[in-house]
Design a protein around this ligand. Structure first.
Ligand code: SAM
Length: 244
């Protein structure tokens, strides 16, 4: 193991991340909270990028990944990306790699090869997609992704995870690929408790009971009958909704 990775593993240096299809930064948030350093991010949706840039110190680049000169993507330790899932989703028409968006996986591959040719292939790759990808085209799509990453030198792990098992107040079932150049990976066990405002709450069947007391008179305040533009919020609507 080289000295730099050793230092990073000892926690004296953070691992650098490049985030593809960063969206509003859901994946990036988890990695940042876990102590990683997102140094470069990209998405082509201008509203997602605007939101992302309000929340992360390194602004995401708003551009189509197919049109970005991949030589400008900096050296990094970890490549992450929830590549577009519509082509694999049960909601879509299941065209998979025939759909132009499906080919973005191969853009990810091009980036890894480009980094390798420049002498610094990312040591870790984390890719996320809809769980239907496992079954798509009778499992051939999954096999192709796994084998392509293996041919790039990664030991590939893949499992289905549900965000609700990890304290996220939303059920999103996803397949998460983890490619490691060395070592083993163990998927984390679902959490048994989450802490909200310093209070530890038990998680049971993906659910948490949050004890709140809401005076009946405040459940339907008269202003909720007005159109949103005429309402006055003392706090932002989102914060207000979350605090209910
Ligand atoms: C499944 S979402 C990823 C969500 C992200 N992981 C998050 O936590 O917010 C896929 C993202 O890929 C972006 N995308 C799709 N095609 C793209 C392209 N050609 N270039 C750049 N971004 C693209 C979409 O705008 C979308 O935000």
């Amino acid at each position: 193991m080289d000295q730099r990775l050793h230092q990073k593993k000892q926690g004296t240096q953070k691992l650098n991340i490049v985030s593809l299809f960063s969206g509003i930064g859901g994946l990036d948030k988890g990695f940042s909270d876990a102590g990683f350093n997102v140094i470069w991010a990209n998405d082509f949706d201008k509203y997602a990028v605007k939101t992302y840039n309000c929340n992360f110190p390194n602004p995401a680049i708003c551009a189509d990944l197919n049109e970005i000169d991949i030589n400008t993507i900096p050296e990094h330790d970890v490549l992450i990306g929830g590549f577009p899932c519509q082509p694999f989703s049960m909601m879509g028409k299941e065209k998979g790699f025939d759909d132009k968006r499906g080919t973005l996986f191969f853009r990810v591959v091009e980036i890894i090869i480009n980094q390798r040719d420049r002498g610094h292939q990312p040591r870790i790759v984390v890719l996320e997609n809809v769980r239907n990808l496992l079954k798509h085209d009778k499992g051939r799509t999954f096999k192709l992704i796994k084998e392509t990453l293996e041919n790039l030198g990664y030991h590939v792990f893949a499992d289905k995870l549900n965000s609700a098992d990890y304290g996220v107040p939303q059920s999103r079932r996803r397949v998460v690929f983890v490619g490691l150049q060395e070592g083993e990976f163990e998927y984390p066990e679902p959490v048994k408790e989450i802490v909200i405002n310093g209070e530890s709450l038990e998680v049971e069947d993906n659910r948490v009971e949050i004890p709140i007391v809401v005076p009946v008179s405040s459940l339907y305040p008269i202003e909720t009958l007005l159109p949103p533009t005429e309402r006055e919020y003392t706090t932002s609507p989102l914060t207000a909704a979350l605090s209910l």
